[in-house]
Write a protein of this length. Structure first.
Lengths: 240, 105
């Protein structure tokens, strides 16, 4: 919230060098939910996964400090990283889910840098798994998951079979803070390293960013005292 | 902020603030200081602002010897930790709510 975001001079994207990165807020909620399920002994193990350059290991360490058992860093850097989006990530997640024999994939509903809201849905589609998206409440009931979803106009409750993909919405839970003692304890936990090619995933993007611009500067509004003033002003600038 | 640099600064500040003399509950006090210092990195008014006030708060009480008093102060410090965690959570929650959700009627 304190960093000013700037567009690159060549308009190819936003400046990310030197900008402090942290875990996507919706993903913090996802990690918290997974750790909670493990604390309730409803799941055996929580694996934290992140795709990106070396710096993402810091984010994985935060997840480990929150209570995940181990981490997987899928290394993506350079041009592949710049072009990486939900499609590539969901291919990676699908491959990992099969390899790790996962029963649940929990992620944030969307990333706050691209706001795509696609990764969870695409991952479920690639795996042909059911999905409980925009989850504000998750209950495991045997081999099924009850999910209360936030939708336009209210809440929807569904019951889906595992294995499944869940995406976390804001009200699902309150993520715990990764305190220093937990960060130190988490240093003992393992983070495996691999590349998309190791999972048989190609990172070719089907999307090309043509141009990135800052939003137009908003012109200052003008306040009027009466309806007559408003009408006069609208006439004066040719609106009516 | 690179953690190894922070550890080094932490070690320097700790030796200044706590000296090498043993006193009751020394390790608990040092642990509390380190935890607060780590949490202060995200303080809205800046890590430096937080660190200065943290240091003077601890230095102010450096001559306290009574274990009961020290325990009370440690408890107060742990309360501050909880308050900071709540502050950070609320700040993030409110930002997300404002950015992504319709204002409630």
């Amino acid at each position: 919230e304190n960093t000013k975001i700037r567009v690159k001079p060549d308009h190819s994207g936003v400046v990310t060098d030197g900008v402090k990165h942290s875990m996507n807020p919706f993903c913090e909620i996802a990690v918290e939910e997974a750790v909670k399920l493990k604390e309730k002994k409803l799941i055996k193990e929580v694996v934290a996964v992140s795709c990106g350059p070396t710096q993402v290991t810091e984010t994985i360490r935060t997840a480990l400090a929150m209570g995940c058992d181990r981490g997987i860093h899928v290394e993506v850097s350079g041009k592949d990283y710049e072009a990486m989006g939900p499609l590539q990530i969901s291919k990676i997640f699908a491959a990992l889910a099969k390899k790790e024999e996962a029963s649940l994939i929990i992620l944030g509903k969307q990333a706050i840098d691209d706001d795509c809201n696609q990764t969870g849905q695409m991952t479920a589609a690639l795996l042909d798994w059911p999905q409980g998206t925009f989850a504000s409440e998750v209950t495991i009931d045997g081999e099924k998951v009850k999910v209360v979803r936030e939708i336009d106009g209210g809440l929807e409750t569904i019951k889906i079979s595992m294995p499944a993909v869940l995406t976390a919405d804001l009200r699902l839970n309150t993520p715990r803070y990764a305190t220093l003692p937990n960060i130190m304890k988490a240093k003992k936990k393992k983070i495996a390293n691999m590349k998309p090619a190791d999972l048989g995933v190609d990172m070719v993007s089907r999307v090309e960013v043509l141009r990135v611009d800052e939003p137009p500067t908003r012109l200052a509004g003008v306040k009027v005292e009466t309806v007559d003033d408003l009408v006069a002003k609208l006439r004066a600038n040719g609106t009516i | 902020m690179c953690f190894s640099t922070e550890s080094h600064l932490c070690a320097v500040q700790l030796s200044l603030a706590f000296g090498t003399m043993a006193y009751p509950l020394r390790s608990e006090v040092v642990r509390l200081y380190k935890n607060l210092l780590y949490l202060g990195q995200e303080y809205p008014k800046g890590a430096g602002y937080f660190r200065d006030r943290l240091k003077s708060a601890f230095l102010k009480n450096k001559d306290v010897k009574d274990p009961e008093m020290i325990k009370q102060m440690i408890a107060r410090g742990e309360f501050v930790i909880k308050e900071l965690e709540a502050l950070y959570y609320l700040r993030k929650y409110r930002t997300m709510k404002k950015r992504y959700y319709e204002p409630e009627e």
